[in-house]
Ligand binder design. Sequence first.
Ligand SMILES: NC(=O)c1ccc[n+]([C@@H]2O[C@H](COP(=O)([O-])OP(=O)(O)OC[C@H]3O[C@@H](n4cnc5c(N)ncnc54)[C@H](OP(=O)(O)O)[C@@H]3O)[C@@H](O)[C@H]2O)c1
Length: 336
Amino acid sequence: MRAIVVQEFGPISSHKIEQRPDPAPGAREVLIDNHAVGLNFPDALMLQGKYQKRPDRPFVPGRDCAGTVLATGPGTSRCQVGDRVVAQVFTGAFGERVIAPENRCFPLPEGVAFADAAAMITPFNTAWAAVDDRAAVKAGDTVMVTGASGGVGAAAVQLCRARGARVLAAVSSAEKGELALRNGADVLIDTNAADLATLKERLREQVAKATGIAEGKGCDAVLDTVGGDLFEAGLRVLRFAGRMVIIGFASGVIPAPRANYLLYNNLSVLGSPLDIRFDKVFGEVERGVSAWLSLLAAGKLNSNIAASYDFGDFAAAFDQITERKVAGKVVLRFNR
Ligand SMILES: NC(=O)c1ccc[n+]([C@@H]2O[C@H](COP(=O)([O-])OP(=O)(O)OC[C@H]3O[C@@H](n4cnc5c(N)ncnc54)[C@H](OP(=O)(O)O)[C@@H]3O)[C@@H](O)[C@H]2O)c1
C-alpha cells in the first residue's frame, strides 16, 4: 500500500509517500480500505514534530479517514468485513490501508459519502462534546461560538442551530462571516479590536444589540476555540449562571481567568477535551457520532469541504491549512 511516512520530523514537503506492506489487525482492531482522509491543523503539527505527542519514527501519521472494513482482528464485535465506516485514530490514517481500534470506528449511514464523514469526524466529535455535554445547549439558548468559521467552530454553529439555539458567530473577517452564516449562524460578531479593553467593549456592545439585553450579558454559553483575549472578552458577554466552554487555543494563548470575576458573576468555566472521552465515556462518544451522522444523512449538516486533493498532492493540500488560505475543510482522496 502507499502511505505518507514520517522517517524524521521536518517540513511537510520533506515527507514522502512510500510503498509499505498492508498492516494486519490485532485484537479488537480492524483493517480499513481507505477512501478519504480529512486533514486537521494538528496533523500539520504532527508531521513537523510540533504536536504535543511525538510517536517513535518511522510512522504513518493521520487521524481522520473513512472507507470499507477489509478484515477484523480477534475479539472484534462492533465491525464486520464490508462495513462502510468512518474512523478517528491517533496515527495511521494517511495510508491506503488503515488499522483502527474498533472503538474508533463508526458505521456510516447509507448515502453518507466517505469524504464528508472523513472531513467531519474530529470537528463534529469535538463540537458535540462541547455543545451536548459541557454546555448542554438547548432550544432557545443564546450561544456565542468563537473561531466560528474554523473546523470545530463551524461544526459547533451547526450543532447549536440543529437544537434550536440562537447562534452568535465570532469571526475576524467578512469572508469568514459568510462561512459562519452558511452554517446557520444568526448574527456575526466582529472580533477585530486593537487591545483587550476595546475587544471587551466591542463584544459587549454587539452582543447587547443582538440579544436586546442592555447590560450586555446576554449569552447562556460561549464555546471558545480561540482562547487568549477572546476568552477574556467572552466571559463579559455571559449572563448570570452562564457557561464558558474551553475547546482550544487557536490563538496560541492560554487564558488565566480571575477567579473573583467568575465568583461575582456566578459563572461556570468547563473544559471540553475529546480524546479522553474515548476512554472515559465511550458510550457518549458513540451516541454523539450516531446523532451527527443521522443529521448528516438527513441533509441537516454539511461538511464544509472547500478543497479535495489527490493523495499524492498532500503537501499542496497542507499548504491550504498552514498558510490559512482555506475557509472550510481540506480532504485527500485516493481516486478509486
Ligand atoms: N478540545 C479538543 O479536544 C479539541 C479537538 C480538536 C481541536 N481542538 C482545538 O480547537 C481549536 C480550533 O481547531 P480547528 O480545527 O477548528 O482550527 P481551525 O479550523 O484552524 O480554526 C481556528 C479558528 O480560530 C481563529 N483564530 C484566531 N486566532 C487565530 C490564530 N492566531 N491562528 C489560527 N486561527 C486563529 C480563526 O478564525 P478567526 O480568524 O475568524 O478568528 C480560525 O478560523 C484548536 O486550538 C485545536 O487545537 C480541540
